[in-house]
Design a binder for this molecule. Structure first.
Ligand SMILES: NC(=O)c1ccc[n+]([C@@H]2O[C@H](COP(=O)([O-])OP(=O)(O)OC[C@H]3O[C@@H](n4cnc5c(N)ncnc54)[C@H](O)[C@@H]3O)[C@@H](O)[C@H]2O)c1
Length: 384
């Protein structure tokens, strides 16, 4: 059995996503399981080096997780041919400079989303990689969440008949930081436009690939944005003005004629199955898609609903929904995509979640904001 080491530069990895999802739950989980076995003869073994600005934070991370190699000298590891992959989970506004450096060094590029805050820059980064003949990819983790996978399986089986409507509801209450015992659970840059924040640039990137892959290509958008909470307190206890949108009301029109409503909010208290809930209604059946669960109701058990607010409902409308069982063990979504990217780099297997696909997400976010500014529908241009 050959064990093929693959050097991975993990940049901006002291951040929330870099540490939790990419280092701990993907790369270290892969190492812990003995590498990625791709055949009886070959195992791919990640060999990470942690990079960032703050040597103390890197040292603490290296000690906590037992990752030997770390440096603040990014160029030195870019110059080192033992590292084939450059991964970036630094802030969105930093992405461009790092990707440019890594492209110059000829690395395969893998990035967190959004790849930029403007479609122009996102397309530029995609073109930079393809012109240099470099393999590239963007994180589109939601595609591997169990709830969405269960829905896709049922759709393939024809469970829904013709899909008539889709309603997405994403959100939860993000503490403002004003109360000591309710500390903020997200980085403060998310609420400042000048730092690459905003719920539209954050979440519409996800909605683009979720919709494109599950329901059909997005063709146009109509969106209203709002900043409902205009002051928060940051990680260091300092108040700041919120300059970015924290709520978005969007309708997406698809090439196949379907209209999808999506509400995204960081100012809503959860009373539903999960932080993301997508209701799909079809002629033969419906689904409530959550992050891990998928509940379904078949046409044959759809109850007779009668409007009468003068009495308590004789029907408990939760009763007719059934949970799709787990038929396999579902691994971490980020880890699954990492495995696909590693196979792409080492074995040349296809990988369709490229920086160009990432640019489509940035485009949807940008056009959503333009729709808000101009108070009108915006048609998306074809990036391919
Ligand atoms: N896929 C997802 O579901 C998902 C979820 C949240 C965030 N994200 C994206 O991941 C990225 C990171 O978000 P986060 O929530 O981890 O933020 P974060 O603020 O916790 O982490 C950002 C990291 O980048 C580092 N950084 C900033 N400027 C740098 C520079 N000049 N040089 C080196 N390092 C620098 C910071 O020190 C920090 O370690 C963002 O682009 C964000 O949009 C993706």
């Amino acid at each position: 059995m050959e064990v093929r080491k693959i050097g991975i530069i993990m940049n901006g990895v002291t951040g929330r996503m870099g540490t939790n999802q990419h280092l701990e739950r993907s790369i270290l989980a892969l190492i812990k399981q003995g590498g990625l076995k791709v055949s009886d003869d070959l195992t791919i073994m990640p060999d990470p080096v942690l990079t960032g600005r703050n040597i103390n934070k890197l040292k603490a991370l290296s000690e906590k997780y037992g990752v030997e190699k770390y440096t603040t000298d990014l160029q030195s590891v870019l110059d080192d041919p033992q590292y084939e992959i450059f991964f970036d989970s630094s802030g969105t506004l930093q992405r461009k400079q790092f990707v440019e450096m890594a492209v110059k060094a000829g690395k395969a590029i893998y990035c967190e989303k959004p790849t930029a805050v403007s479609a122009k820059e996102a397309i530029y980064l995609s073109k930079l990689c393809t012109d240099a003949g470099l393999k590239n990819g963007v994180v589109q983790d939601k595609l591997w969440l169990p709830g969405l996978r269960k829905f896709s399986m049922l759709k393939e089986q024809g469970f829904f008949g013709e899909i008539l409507s889709v309603k997405g509801d994403f959100g939860y209450w993000v503490y403002t930081g004003e109360v000591e015992d309710q500390p903020v659970q997200r980085p403060s840059w998310n609420y400042r436009n000048e730092d690459g924040g905003g719920i539209i640039i954050d979440m519409h990137c996800h909605w683009r690939y979720v919709i494109d892959n599950l329901f059909g290509e997005v063709k146009a958008v109509s969106c209203r944005a709002a900043t409902l909470i205009d002051q928060r307190v940051d990680e260091n206890g300092n108040p700041y003005s919120c300059t970015a949108d924290d709520t978005a009301y969007a309708t997406f029109e698809l090439e196949n004629g379907l209209h999808i409503n999506f509400i995204s909010s960081w100012n809503t208290r959860v009373r539903k199955d999960d932080l993301l809930s997508i209701q799909v209604d079809g002629t033969k059946g419906s689904a409530i898609i959550g992050l891990r669960k998928c509940l379904v109701q078949d046409h044959s058990i759809t109850p007779k609903a009668v409007w009468n607010p003068d009495v308590d409902s004789p029907i408990n409308y939760f009763d007719q929904w059934h949970e799709v069982p787990d038929s396999i063990a579902y691994d971490n979504a980020f880890k699954i995509q990492w495995e696909k990217f590693l196979r792409h780099v080492v074995l040349d297997e296809p990988f369709r979640w490229t920086l160009l696909e990432g640019a489509k997400g940035v485009q949807l976010a940008e056009e959503s904001l333009r729709s808000h500014d101009e108070k009108r529908w915006i048609e998306l241009t074809d990036l391919t």
